[in-house]
Design a protein around this ligand. Structure first.
Ligand code: SF4
Length: 422
């Protein structure tokens, strides 16, 4: 594990570490890991998924989603098209489609998951045929540039010593301009902004520049097969440097991460760990139950009871507010400051109070500046513990500051139940 990169430091912060008796970090045995776009993006998507996949190496019964299967076969079909061209063999469209269909028949297995309702493997197979057919018609006879790499793989060394796995679908050259093509089988069209900010494409650019000294220009291309369109992008040297720094910082985040919470998103539908993920495992178990078993499930019964009582509580809350307003009106009309019932009385308390600007008010900052100027800040300001706890929990402080704060921090378990629609 590498040393974590600190991010927040106090302004004008200066410490005598020895005087504070803070333990200096001893040397650690550094084990270098190979990173890849999918390893980093899995961490960004969901830390728990990252843990299951890369740390615990959990094997799941679900092997593949149909989208992955389709993408893999389309890639291999286009690879064959270009590989054969190297041997001066131009496959006809029928030949290349037949190659794709044969692969499909041979490799399709019933455990491949189709998440979208109402679709079958035939729908996906036809989609693949269309992608390949459109591509073929658009680019035949495929001789515009010189191809120098197909499904190229390499490990690129990063400045922190870690390695980054590069895999390029197709690499071409025309003079000193290099073209990197990445085939995409996504169902939504990617736009220019996405291409210009995509880290994986930019990493390709760094790899090309590192490996081909004559590369004056690197054009990065996404070929969006579902739309038969290309989205191209280029990067400046400054952007590439910034990206390398960002990647190294992200790797430091990954290596210092100790907490791997689940992060629910639309992508959970494609996550192979859904059956064991705490966010979904109960629902997953319920799906396997009969109607009666579902009704008898302790979890179902408890949540149904809880939500019923919560609804009653909310209704009572609303009724209480209405009653409160009516008692106030009654008291005002009668000129009374107490209204009497059978057992209890309702005492009306009312007073005019002063209010100063709140954080959300426009003049809040002017107000704070003035309070500081007139010397009242220390006496009347309060520490924002909530913000501090959040930043501390997210490891956002410099290590030295974190060590100091840790002396006062106490770990407590906070538990809440939020009801929501399924
Ligand atoms: S199902 Fe969703 S929340 Fe659970 S591990 Fe997978 S991506 Fe994360």
């Amino acid at each position: 594990m590498t040393k974590k990169k600190p991010k927040i430091k106090s302004k004008n912060f200066s410490l005598d570490i020895d005087a504070l008796n803070i333990k200096r970090h001893s040397y650690l045995l550094v084990i270098m890991t190979t990173y890849s776009h999918s390893r980093i993006s899995t961490f960004e998507q969901c830390k728990l998924k990252f843990k299951y996949h890369y740390i615990d190496k959990v094997k799941t019964e679900i092997e593949k989603s149909v989208e992955l299967f389709l993408g893999d076969l389309v890639h291999r079909t286009l690879e064959k098209l270009y590989k054969d061209l190297k041997f001066q063999k131009l496959n006809s469209k029928e030949e290349i489609l037949s190659f794709f269909n044969d692969l499909w028949k041979k490799e399709w297995t019933d455990d491949i998951v189709i998440v979208r309702e109402g679709l079958t493997q035939e729908n996906y197979c036809k989609m693949g045929e269309k992608y390949i057919s459109d591509y073929y018609e658009h680019y035949k006879p495929f001789n515009e540039t010189k191809i120098i790499g197909l499904e190229t793989q390499d490990l690129m060394k990063l400045s922190d010593g870690n390695k980054y796995h590069i895999r390029i679908d197709r690499l071409e050259v025309d003079g000193t301009t290099y073209y990197v093509t990445d085939y995409k089988t996504n169902n939504t069209m990617k736009d220019q902004n996405e291409a210009d900010s995509d880290k994986q494409l930019a990493m390709y650019s760094i790899w090309v520049k590192n490996n081909f000294s004559d590369a004056k220009k690197v054009v990065l291309k996404w070929h969006m097969l579902a739309f038969d369109k290309e989205v191209t992008s280029e990067r400046t040297e400054a952007q590439l440097q910034q990206l390398q720094n960002d990647i190294v910082a992200k790797i430091e985040d990954i290596e210092s991460c100790k907490d791997f919470p689940p992060k629910k998103s639309a992508l959970c539908g494609w996550c192979e760990f859904k059956p064991i993920c705490p966010e979904w495992k109960h629902q997953y178990e319920l799906e396997k139950k009969t109607e009666q078993e579902f009704k008898d499930d302790d979890g179902v019964k408890l949540v149904d009871e809880f939500s019923k009582l919560k609804a009653e509580e909310n209704a009572i809350q609303k009724k209480l507010e209405i009653l409160r307003d009516r008692i106030m009106s009654f008291a005002e009309k009668e000129g009374a400051s107490a209204v009497f019932g059978t057992e209890q009385k309702a005492k009306i308390w009312s007073k005019e109070v002063y209010k100063f600007p709140k954080t959300t008010d426009m003049n809040y900052q002017d107000f704070v500046d003035m309070i500081k100027k007139i010397g009242l800040w220390n006496e009347f300001s309060r520490l924002d513990s909530f913000k501090l706890e959040k930043s501390f929990g997210n490891n956002e402080f410099y290590e030295e500051i974190e060590e100091i704060l840790r002396r006062f921090a106490k770990k407590e378990k906070v538990e809440r139940i939020y009801l929501g629609k399924k």
